[in-house]
Design a protein. Structure first.
Length: 298
């Protein structure tokens, strides 16, 4: 399903966590992509193929997702730890690529939240795009930021099937996958499931991992508010997604160089309408490159 993609793992020296990477190659400066909770880097493939003409696309599997091993500790899935992973990965890759910054950081859902936090804490990106990120208004109590209901649903999620054909039939019967592109479904079957010794297949991301992330409030302080961000940012609000428009308007209003785009898509837009996602990313990159009002080094 992912022809021409280079796969490898890197061990993070500070945390000891091993992170899997997918490298699509491509023309131009590097871009670093982060997926949503419960999914994996491979699901960026339809978007990555559309961006390869402008960027070298690299995406990571968060700890416990895709081909990145799951740490043993229960508290390993705090958002703080996941943001630190992203920063460590970014710094290591920048050293390896011998460039100062990624031309683009792109994150979806909780991957968008982590990309925002990483951009606020470290000089990793020239610009970022956040696709329907998990964000809350300033002052929201910690308990209100816990996804308790989502965690309950995650733990009830089926994780094992007799075959990929059985899993495909199951996925296509669920509303969650109703608007996915057929290619995205096939990628998820190939890359989001692993073969078991007993001949069955199972989700690479254990539903317990997904639940633990939902239960841990995204307590990223000012990094999650947008006020500390000093690079151009596009925040895409999915009108059929999960978050109030007013929340995003408030966060973009606190950014030094923030842009809000409303898009008539669902929360899982990279799998449903990758062409519209890629178009928005490329349009924003072109606009931000042309503007001299907010240089990335400011």
């Amino acid at each position: 399903m992912l022809d021409g993609v280079t796969r490898r793992k890197i061990r993070l020296p500070e945390s000891g966590v091993e992170i899997a990477l997918l490298d699509w190659g491509g023309q131009g400066p590097p871009a670093l992509l982060h997926h949503a909770n419960g999914f994996c880097a491979a699901l960026w493939a339809p978007v990555a193929e559309l961006l390869r003409s402008q960027f070298r696309i690299i995406a990571l599997d968060a700890r416990g997702h895709g081909d990145s091993p799951r740490p043993d500790k229960r508290d390993a899935f705090r958002w703080e730890a996941l943001a630190s992973d992203l920063i460590e990965v970014g710094k290591l890759l920048l050293q390896e690529l011998q460039v100062e910054r990624f031309a683009l950081g792109l994150g979806h859902s909780f991957g968008g939240t982590l990309t925002l936090a990483a951009a606020a804490r470290a000089d990793l990106y020239q610009r970022i795009v956040l696709l329907d990120p998990v964000l809350y208004p300033a002052g929201t109590p910690k308990e209100s930021r816990r996804g308790g209901e989502l965690a309950v649903r995650a733990r009830k999620r089926r994780a094992v099937w007799g075959s990929r054909a059985e899993a495909r039939e199951f996925f296509l019967s669920k509303p969650l996958f109703a608007d996915w592109q057929p290619e995205a479904v096939e990628i998820y079957l190939a890359e989001g499931l692993r073969d078991r010794a007993d001949g069955q297949v199972e989700l690479k991301c254990d539903p317990e991992v997904e639940a633990l992330i939902f239960e841990a409030p995204p307590d990223l302080g000012n990094e999650g508010s947008g006020s500390r961000l000093r690079v151009p940012a596009l925040l895409i609000w999915a009108s059929r997604g999960n978050f109030p428009l007013a929340t995003y308007q408030g966060i973009v209003g606190r950014m030094r160089a923030g842009t809000l785009e409303e898009m008539d898509v669902g929360h899982l837009a990279p799998m449903e309408q990758p062409d519209r996602v890629a178009e928005a990313v490329l349009r924003f990159c072109k606009t931000s490159e042309a503007s001299e009002a907010f240089p990335s080094s400011a």
